[in-house]
Design a protein around this ligand. Structure first.
Ligand SMILES: [Mg+2]
Ligand SMILES: [Zn+2]
Length: 192
């Protein structure tokens, strides 16, 4: 069964600008295309998993989010990186401005729904897969899905925890912590 590296978007692939709703806000983080290329060459599927509260808040539509993701994917390829294999996002929030998105869903990280859906769709082996994110909620989602986890210290790792439906596990420890996706890719490459 194929394995994946699940990637949070903001703070992992691109700069976290808080509310990304316009293409000109997209800034790839250094070394991202090359790191993704290494992972792809090692046989991993590259799947982006992202909470998109901008939809719940009415700041962007689901189509906008997909267009922005296409721009991120294009920027990666334009700088020598590989094609991404999947994009899954949660448009919901328990306190959403738009009633249609105001649900306590199973897909908002730290819940593992996005990873589980991707695994179902792609027949991915979660126990052989990895989750890379800059927030502890990413780490929690990865662990709950049965993946190994990498916590990136790119800035938002220090931000207050996002609102979650239930408290995070008190003993939430990533398998590895580092500062760049390149370092994460090296560690994944050497992981048994
Ligand atoms: Mg992030
Ligand atoms: Zn959701």
């Amino acid at each position: 069964m194929p394995r994946a590296v699940f990637l949070d978007r903001d703070g992992v692939l691109i700069e976290d600008v808080d509310l990304l709703v316009r293409e000109h806000q997209i800034q790839l983080l250094p070394g991202v295309p090359a790191a993704l290329q290494q992972l792809k060459a090692a046989g991993f599927r590259l799947v982006v998993v992202s909470n998109q509260t901008v939809v719940a808040r009415g700041l962007a539509t689901e189509l906008d989010v997909r267009r922005l993701q296409a721009a991120v994917a294009q920027a990666i390829v334009a700088r020598g990186g590989p094609d991404l294999d999947g994009f899954y996002f949660c448009p919901h929030h328990p306190n959403a401005t738009l009633p249609a998105y105001r649900i306590d869903c199973p897909c908002r990280k730290p819940r593992p729904g996005l990873l589980r859906q991707a695994a179902l769709d792609g027949q991915l082996e979660l126990s052989a897969s990895f989750m890379v994110g800059d927030r502890l909620t990413d780490v929690a989602a990865g662990k709950r899905a049965g993946c190994r986890t990498i916590w990136l210290r790119t800035g938002q790792h220090l931000a207050p925890l996002i609102q979650t439906a239930e408290p995070l596990e008190p003993n939430l420890v990533p398998n590895f912590t580092c500062d760049t996706l390149a370092a994460a890719a090296r560690w994944i490459h050497e992981a048994p």
